[in-house]
Design a protein. Structure first.
Length: 255
C-alpha cells in the first residue's frame, strides 16, 4: 500500500468519524429517541449536539429547545403517574431552557402545568395564582384566547376556593371581556359551547349540557363539528334516559 493510498484512507476515516459525531447526527438521533419515547437518552443526545455547536447560535438553540421538550415529556409522564413532586421539578427544568431560547408558548405551557400542580395537588394557592398570571401574560402576548379563558377560569376557581370573592369578581370581569372578543369568532364560540356542555354533562347536568350543545349546533358550519355535536347529544340523551332523542341523534350520526 503506497503513501497516497494510506493518506486517502486516513482522510476518509477522519471524515467518517466526523460524520458520525456531528451536530446533525446527535440532533437527529435525539429526535428518533424522542419518537421512541426514550426521553432520558434523547436528552443525552441533545446535550452532545449542543456541545458540538459552540459557535452556532441557531443550532445550539435547537438543541436546547429539543432538550427542553424531552424534559417536558418526562414531566408529563411523571404527572400522569401521579409522581407530582418530580413532575414539578422537570417542568421547572424545561421552562428554564425554553426561556433561554425564547420559546414563549412552551414557557407558558410549563408555567400552566406547574400552576395546576400547585393548585390541585400541593395546595399552594398563592403560588398557583402567580404562575397562572405569568402564563396568562404570555397567552395575551400570543393572543391565545382559548388559553386566556382557561387560565382565568382556573384563577376564579381558586379565589372561590379560598373565599376571596373580591379577586374572583375582578377576574370574572376580565373573563367576560375576553369572552366578548372571542365570541366574535364563530369557530371559537362552537368550541366554547361544546366545552361547557362537556363540563355540565360530567356534573350530571344533562339539560344544561343539551342546551349548550344545541347552541353549538346552531353556530357550527363544518361537517366534523356537526358529527361531534350529534354524538354528544346522542350520548347525553342516552344518559338522561330520553331514548327517543337518543335514536334521533344516532340516525344523524350515520346520515
Amino acid at each position: 500500500m503506497n503513501k497516497v493510498t494510506i493518506l486517502l484512507l486516513a482522510i476518509i476515516a477522519t471524515c467518517t468519524i466526523h460524520a458520525q459525531t456531528s451536530f446533525v447526527d446527535y440532533y437527529s438521533n435525539g429526535l428518533d429517541l424522542m419518537k421512541a419515547q426514550k426521553f432520558e437518552q434523547a436528552i443525552e443526545s441533545f446535550e452532545q449536539a449542543y456541545q458540538l455547536a459552540p459557535d452556532k447560535i441557531q443550532e445550539r438553540s435547537k438543541a436546547l429547545w429539543a432538550k427542553g421538550m424531552a424534559l417536558y415529556r418526562i414531566a408529563q409522564d411523571l404527572n400522569m403517574a401521579q409522581n407530582y413532586q418530580e413532575a414539578y421539578a422537570k417542568y421547572g427544568e424545561a421552562m428554564k431552557l425554553f426561556r433561554r431560547v425564547k420559546r414563549d408558548k412552551d414557557v407558558m405551557d410549563c408555567a400552566y402545568s406547574m400552576a395546576t400542580l400547585n393548585d390541585l395537588h400541593f395546595g399552594f394557592y398563592n403560588l398557583a395564582i402567580e404562575q397562572y398570571n405569568y402564563a396568562l401574560t404570555i397567552s395575551q402576548k400570543l393572543n391565545l384566547l382559548d388559553k386566556q379563558i382557561e387560565i382565568l377560569e382556573d384563577i376564579i376557581k381558586i379565589d372561590h376556593k379560598v373565599h376571596n370573592e373580591h379577586d374572583a369578581n375582578v377576574y370574572a370581569v376580565k373573563l367576560d371581556s375576553v369572552m366578548a372578543v372571542a365570541n366574535q369568532y364563530p369557530e371559537f364560540a362552537v368550541k366554547q359551547r361544546i366545552k361547557r356542555g362537556d363540563d355540565a354533562r360530567l356534573n350530571g347536568e344533562y339539560d344544561v349540557a343539551i342546551s349548550f350543545y344545541t347552541e353549538a349546533l346552531s353556530s357550527a358550519n363544518k361537517p366534523n363539528e356537526f358529527f361531534s355535536i350529534y354524538q354528544k347529544l346522542r350520548d347525553t340523551y342516552d344518559f338522561k334516559g330520553d331514548y327517543d332523542n337518543t335514536l334521533v341523534f344516532s340516525k344523524k350520526c350515520i346520515e
